[in-house]
Design a protein. Structure first.
Length: 193
């Protein structure tokens, strides 16, 4: 089984995340997508970042109806800060019968050469890239690499930052979230301050 790992803080998860994940699992050779919720780093103070369990709960609620998209809290018990290379090594050891691939936006591909152990990641894992509107160029070593697959997915301009700002400003942002996620945010009174 080939699984795409889609990492993010998902603060909150929105329809853009789901559109990309669904497109990746339906229009590539990936069998499942795991939405990996990145923990709140104890070294960073970020008031707008909800606790891990709340963000995981929202990902769980958002993906419940999508049988090929699963929430994952695999990074919650790993040493901080989380490095993708360490997470990939851990998850591959834990699930030896599954092949794990990385999902990233084109903007991340442009900075991949700065990632810790990026050569190891590329040696052992395929990377599936979705388009983003970004500045800068892709490093020559990633342009025709057989491990890197560009997927012609829709370009999504929705961001969690925009949603948090909209909630704080009392805008109607409901169309950008699943009903279950909006209800959870509303009931818990998140992002209002």
């Amino acid at each position: 089984m080939k699984i795409g790992l889609y990492f993010g803080t998902f603060n909150p998860i929105h329809v853009g995340h789901l559109i990309i994940a669904n497109h990746m699992v339906e229009y590539s050779d990936l069998d499942e997508i795991w939405m990996v919720v990145t923990p709140h780093s104890p070294f960073k103070k970020k008031n707008s970042l909800l606790d891990n369990h709340h963000r995981f709960e929202m990902v769980y609620k958002a993906t419940e109806k999508y049988f090929k998209i699963k929430p994952s809290n695999i990074e919650f018990n790993l040493p901080q800060p989380n490095y993708t290379a360490h997470t990939l090594a851990h998850i591959s050891e834990k699930y030896p019968n599954k092949e794990f691939c990385l999902i990233m936006g084109e903007d991340n591909l442009k900075t991949l050469h700065k990632w810790k152990n990026y050569e190891t990641i590329l040696k052992h894992h395929h990377i599936y890239v979705y388009p983003r509107i970004t500045e800068g160029n892709i490093d020559h070593q990633f342009k025709d690499n057989s491990k890197i697959h560009k997927i012609d997915a829709p370009i999504i301009q929705v961001s969690s930052t925009m949603i948090r700002k909209g909630i704080k400003e009392q805008k109607n942002i409901k169309p950008l979230l699943t009903e279950e996620v909006w209800t959870y945010i509303d009931e818990m009174n998140f992002y209002r301050k």
